[in-house]
Ligand binder design. Structure first.
Ligand SMILES: Cc1cc2nc3c(=O)[nH]c(=O)nc-3n(C[C@H](O)[C@H](O)[C@H](O)COP(=O)(O)OP(=O)(O)OC[C@H]3O[C@@H](n4cnc5c(N)ncnc54)[C@H](O)[C@@H]3O)c2cc1C
Length: 338
């Protein structure tokens, strides 16, 4: 059981900055995220896009902002449980919460802050019969550990940044033995640089680029592991291609997921909060960032930073009802970590 002062569900920008504000109050945090790395939408959806409305940064790339937030909170040594989805939230008799993930990791804290953004990102799956039977047996929707593909025969499918970037990465780093990128169109939705790089790799024979085509079937080899994919090509017809791994990267769709079942007041797929301290309808549970709703709510990073700041002040008062908390400027007190 991981013990901490505050369990933060969601390691997007708002969850990350909340760690900093909690740290200033000497409250320890542990973050849980279903994605394999911190950053939420900024890393998952638009890592290379410039953001122009973060105070003090005339422009900052989303990926860079997350890197700076990670640097800023490092001093407070937050814990991370990544690649796991919180499925269960229970309250103990002494008013603590036990937060459990789909992999059974348990966390205990007197305060829970939900910074779940748009909810859990569920991968969009291609409509292939028996696909589910091959999940974790050669079919993956998110690349968590590139080493899994070392010297393997890999087929990636998709036309966005994720499909392009991973094709480039697995090829350029010489990780995959063989790699094919299958896309149903000839044009790609991704970054122009990445499209060009994929074209160059294909021209150099480093990857097989198969466009105007779709993976429509999968076949096992001995032991029930994926052995081959069936590719339907608009002009060449059906082709069976041996594959150890098939990775459809068709993007992720958000859903509130298990958070909807925790007895919180929900409105329009978001958690209702009191704007005094961003507390939810359950004492000890707060909701900050894109996941919450209140009159005038704006889904902006800047607003989430403010919400997290006020939530931890209230959390402090709940954990230490007899301690007075006086606001101290960082210019006066500095930042002393754990
Ligand atoms: C294309 C695009 C451009 C944008 N541009 C701007 C901009 O210029 N300026 C701006 O201010 N905002 C912008 N936004 C909005 C901004 O990205 C969001 O406001 C911000 O990401 C919200 O941060 P968050 O931490 O609340 O949530 P998120 O970034 O969504 O992170 C939430 C995290 O919680 C995790 N999670 C959810 N439920 C669970 C669970 N049950 N268990 C474990 N983990 C869970 C998710 O996996 C996710 O990683 C943009 C958004 C998009 C899509």
């Amino acid at each position: 059981m991981i013990q901490t002062d505050i369990v933060i569900i969601g390691a997007g920008p708002v969850g990350l900055f909340t760690v900093f504000e909690a740290g200033l109050l000497k409250l320890r945090c542990h973050l849980i995220d279903s994605l394999p790395e911190p950053g939420g939408q900024l890393i998952e959806i638009y890592p290379k896009k410039p953001i122009y409305d973060i105070p003090g940064y005339p422009v900052v790339n989303a990926g860079d902002l997350i890197a700076r937030l990670m640097e800023q909170i490092g001093v407070f040594k937050p814990g991370f449980t990544l690649g796991e989805t919180v499925t269960k939230l229970e309250e103990t008799a002494d008013q603590k919460f036990i937060v459990t993930t789909n992999k059974g990791t348990m966390h205990q804290a007197p305060i829970v802050i939900i910074a779940g953004g748009l909810g859990v990102f569920e991968p969009r799956k291609p409509p292939i019969e028996n696909l589910a039977a091959f999940e974790d047996k050669g079919v993956e929707y998110i690349i968590k550990d590139p080493e899994l593909y070392r010297d393997k025969n890999v087929v990636i499918s998709g036309g966005g940044d994720s499909a392009l970037d991973w094709t480039i990465y697995l090829s350029e780093k010489k990780i995959a033995g063989k790699i094919a990128l299958v896309h149903r169109r000839t044009s790609f939705r991704g970054h122009l640089d990445s499209v060009q790089k994929v074209m160059d790799l294909a021209a150099a024979g480093q990857i097989d680029l198969i466009t105007d085509a779709e993976v429509v079937g999968i076949q096992p080899r001995d032991g029930g592991h994926l052995g081959a994919v069936l590719i339907k090509h608009s002009t060449l017809g059906d082709v069976v291609r041996p594959a150890d791994h098939f990775i459809p990267l068709f993007g992720l769709t958000p859903s509130l997921g298990p958070i909807a079942d925790w007895g919180l007041d929900i409105e329009k797929n978001a958690v209702k909060v009191d704007t005094f301290d961003y507390s939810t309808s359950r004492k000890g549970i707060y909701a900050v960032g894109d996941i919450n709703t209140y009159p005038g709510k704006l889904k902006l990073i800047l607003c989430g930073f403010h919400e997290g700041t006020l939530a931890v002040q209230s959390a402090f008062a709940r954990i230490y009802p007899n301690k007075k908390n006086v606001l101290k400027y960082t210019t006066v007190n500095g930042v002393s970590g754990f």
